[in-house]
Design a protein around this ligand. Structure first.
Ligand code: HMG
Ligand code: MG
Length: 310
């Protein structure tokens, strides 16, 4: 199969990236991150979550973020909503696109949203109705598509069933989440074959955490299978609070470098993206999780040192 000529990146750093942070992060720093990402040319940014602040304290100020960020025309600013209460909160904050999240693993569903897979899908029904009424688009996530931290192996057919349910209830796109980042390229291709038999491939997206360093290979495998939308996190920030040990999403900088190398269009400025990642990493007091950002910053340091000693 040939590669696509363009790819859409869903930037999940402000949500998936920051939700796992223990240290408190100022609203101003989050706003700056989101504005930096918009300025770098990202066309879709997941800003935050309207979930219980007892469950995920870091996402508590999401409404404030929507009030303060600069919303550029043509850019989608989205938020997670696990139930109608979350949807109402998002609507009140002026959010125009939400994402619901289910899992392909019963155990993970219980740990993450305190209900079974079936109950979670039932909860989404009134949310979908309300969204339709208000003209809000809804994206759907399926977690644990290539393994679960509690149940281990997950059958692709199980993922396909949940993906189809979400698609049939009106989610315009289903993002397949390798929550623990353990999947391999071969498993990814098989997963897409199976899920693709229940949901059109052009309605699927890949969401790869990079715990085992396989995310870029999985993205390449997905591209070969006709997937054209990928979620990623600037500087590789994050992880899921209910998947212990799982690291962040693949870094957006690294995905961009891969796509640029393949001649695939994204309309994102790599230098501005790297600067956005560096700024939030300074706030967090840590090194970037992006290989590309680290390599380029070492190169710059070397050049500066060489200039000074000339
Ligand atoms: P629950 O305790 O079963 O909910 O939590 P409940 O309906 O029984 O309500 C309990 C309390 O929570 C009540 O408050 C509700 O009002 C409140 P109280 O009376 O005790 O003061 N509540 C809410 N508050 C704010 N916003 C809401 C909301 N709903 C109820 N929306 C619930 C169920 C789903 C709320 C909870 O389990 C929860 O918030 N979970 C969040 C989990 C989460 O955010 N996980 C991370 C995101 S998913 C992810 O990272 C995976 C992904 O990246 C893909 C991948 O990598 O695989 C997407
Ligand atoms: Mg995730």
């Amino acid at each position: 199969m040939s590669l696509p000529s363009s790819v859409r990146i869903v930037e999940v750093g402000p949500r998936d990236g920051l939700q796992n942070e223990k240290q408190s992060i100022n609203v101003a720093d989050k706003v700056r991150l989101i504005d930096d990402l918009s300025a770098a040319g990202l066309s879709y940014i997941e800003v935050g979550s309207f979930v219980s602040p007892k469950w995920v304290p870091q996402m508590a100020g999401s409404a404030e973020l929507f009030a303060q960020i600069q919303q550029l025309p043509g850019v989608t600013y989205a938020a997670l909503a696990p139930n109608l209460k979350g949807f109402d909160g998002a609507l009140a904050a002026g959010v125009r696109e939400v994402a619901v999240f289910a899992a392909a693993s019963e155990a993970f569903s219980q740990k993450n949203i305190n209900c079974s897979i079936g109950e979670s899908l039932e909860r989404f029904v009134p949310l979908m109705e309300a969204a339709k009424q208000h003209g809000i688009r809804v994206r759907g996530y399926v977690s644990c598509v290539l393994g679960c931290p509690y149940e281990g192996t997950i059958a692709p057919a199980q993922v396909a069933d949940v993906a189809r349910e979400l698609y049939n209830m009106g989610c315009y796109e289903i993002s397949l989440g390798d929550t623990i980042g353990a999947g391999t390229a071969g498993e990814t291709r098989r997963l897409i074959e199976v899920v693709g038999s229940k949901v059109p491939r052009n309605k699927l997206a890949g969401h790869f955490h990079d715990t085992y360093g396989q995310a870029l290979a999985n993205i390449y495998a997905s591209l070969l299978e006709g997937i054209e939308v990928f979620d990623s996190s600037v500087a590789g920030l994050g992880g899921c609070p209910y998947a212990k040990g799982a690291t962040g999403n693949v870094a957006t900088e690294d995905v961009l470098y891969l796509l640029n190398g393949l001649g695939i269009e994204t309309a994102i400025d790599l230098d501005k993206l790297i600067a956005a990642g560096q700024r939030i990493c300074t706030v967090l007091g840590r090194e970037s999780g992006s290989h590309v950002a680290r390599a380029l910053s070492r190169l710059q340091t070397k050049e500066l040192t060489a200039q000074k000693t000339r």
